[in-house]
Design a binder for this molecule. Structure first.
Ligand code: GLU
Length: 472
């Protein structure tokens, strides 16, 4: 049987970090063994499932590059199949209609509470087969009453559950719709899952699912339950801890590789290696070596990885993602300097793509004001003469390239007996609008002569006004 894993999110929100880690581990495992990775959308809860959420999940998977070999399958398209299996279980005596009314169930629970027993369905309707007026029955699975179910979990080892602790689970609601544990089992079976890798919040469902699989005469998949991800305060990671949605990380300027690299280390390690390319992850990852204790989410480490990937990825790759961020700001990067050159000039100096986009906007867009602090410090009377000379020199420069630009700036500084910074920094503020930019010669080359001259004029006008107002 071909090794097959799956990611089976319920579309009731965005794709969050925990889900993305489950998807990544399942994907890596399939890739490593030449198997198939399936995406299955578990949308049977019609009240909570939304189309936006399905789209958010698909978008998140695609942004992360976790492409699936089969699917997406939608459980709502498979109701006929679930009905068939429910009927099969009824026919073979492994399921039964339950006509208990709400009052009866409440009384059952009250009695158990009074006797200090765990609330559970007693199996009352196992022997009560007559329909009852006014009660739309549910269908329950006839769980074995004794014996032990041992989950041979790849991550946690053997976990034993007493059948006496498991009651007869509802597999179809009174309106006939199947419930989670039934649909998962049917799908895992039909889709040929060999490995079920999922969050450990599902561990308690596993013995129930195993019992249903056994009733269907199926071979069991291997189970691997992944440890929880905690926030820095030790509570389960949630919105309270900041971004948990994968797409929010994109919006905040992370590269997908950085997030994937971060996620792979949540619960798994390979010596003390921190940086893993996708190829290395596929080669080295193994679900058997996933740690069974919870891991803590560390935003600083993610930021450090992001900076690493911004620095070390190819300019083409970074440019593709930066273009998206510029597009979000209404900038069309094809209407300006070559984005590859912009990226090359910025790769060393940005922790996120948002920061890079913020600091690159001036390459593409004119501005109508200088950043106040930088202007106050640099665009003053003393800068008037150097800027005027620069303007004249730049206007007549033969070749508009970084090297001659650099020579010119140096020459002007020398001829005026000024340190290079006294000339370059006012020029930078004039051209970039702020005190930070890549090296001045590259900056000017990329902004282009026409815009540079316009911006120097704007800076000179600013200085003139300032001198007129307060004498410099
Ligand atoms: N749909 C379930 C969830 O989103 C996962 C089911 C499974 O992995 O078995 O939590």
């Amino acid at each position: 049987m071909k090794l097959t894993t799956r990611f089976a999110p319920s579309p009731t929100g965005y794709l969050h970090v925990g889900g993305a880690r489950t998807a990544l581990f399942s994907w890596l495992y399939a890739r490593k063994h030449g198997g198939d990775f399936i995406l299955r959308i578990e949308d049977t809860d019609r009240e909570r499932s939304t189309e936006e959420s399905v789209n958010a999940i698909l978008e998140g998977m695609s942004w992360l590059g976790l492409e699936y070999d089969q699917g997406p399958f939608y459980q709502t398209h498979r109701f006929d199949r679930y009905k068939e299996i429910i009927q099969q279980l009824l026919d073979q005596g492994d399921a039964y209609y339950c006509y208990c009314s709400r009052e009866e169930l409440d009384a059952m629970r009250e009695g158990q509470r009074a006797r200090k027993e765990k609330p559970r369905y007693t199996g009352l309707c196992r022997s009560r087969t007559e329909p009852r007026d006014g009660v739309e029955p549910v269908i329950r699975f006839k769980n074995p009453t004794d014996g032990v179910v041992v989950v041979e979990d790849v991550v946690r080892g053997k976990v034993a559950f007493q059948n006496s602790e498991l009651d007869d689970l509802i597999i179809a609601r009174s309106d006939g719709t199947p419930t989670y544990n039934l649909t998962v089992v049917v799908d895992d079976l039909d889709m040929g899952l060999t490995h079920v890798i999922r969050g450990d919040d599902h561990l308690n469902n596993t013995p129930r699912q195993i019992n249903i699989l056994k009733a269907l005469g199926a071979e069991l998949p291997k189970y691997a339950h992944l440890p929880m991800i905690l926030g820095s305060d030790g509570a389960r990671l949630s919105k309270r801890h900041g971004a948990v949605s994968v797409m929010q990380y994109r919006d905040e300027g992370f590269l997908p590789e950085a997030l994937l690299n971060y996620l792979v280390r949540l619960g798994w390690s390979h010596g003390d290696q921190e940086i893993f390319s996708i190829e290395e992850m596929i080669e080295l990852f193994d679900v058997e070596s996933v740690n069974h204790s919870a891991s803590t989410f560390n935003p600083e480490k993610l930021l450090w990885l992001n900076q690493h990937y911004i620095k070390s990825s190819s300019p083409e790759h970074v440019a593709r993602h930066l273009s998206w961020h510029l597009g979000e700001r209404g900038i069309d990067p094809s209407e300006g300097p070559d984005i590859l050159k912009v990226v090359e000039s910025q790769q060393e100096r940005a922790k996120t793509l948002v920061e890079m986009a913020d600091n690159s906007t001036f390459f593409y867009q004119d501005f109508d004001a200088f950043e106040e602090k930088a202007a106050k410090k640099n665009l003053k009377a003393a800068a008037q003469e150097p800027l005027s000379q620069l303007r004249a020199g730049l206007a007549s420069l033969d070749v508009w390239e970084a090297e001659p630009i650099h020579e010119l700036v140096k020459q002007i500084a020398e001829s005026m007996d000024l340190k290079l910074g006294k000339v370059a920094q006012p020029l930078r503020v004039a051209v970039a609008g702020a005190g930070i930019s890549p090296p001045i010669d590259i900056t000017l080359e990329l902004v282009g002569r026409e815009r540079v001259l316009q911006r120097i004029d704007m800076a000179l006008a600013y200085i003139e006004q300032r001198v007129a107002a307060n004498g410099g």
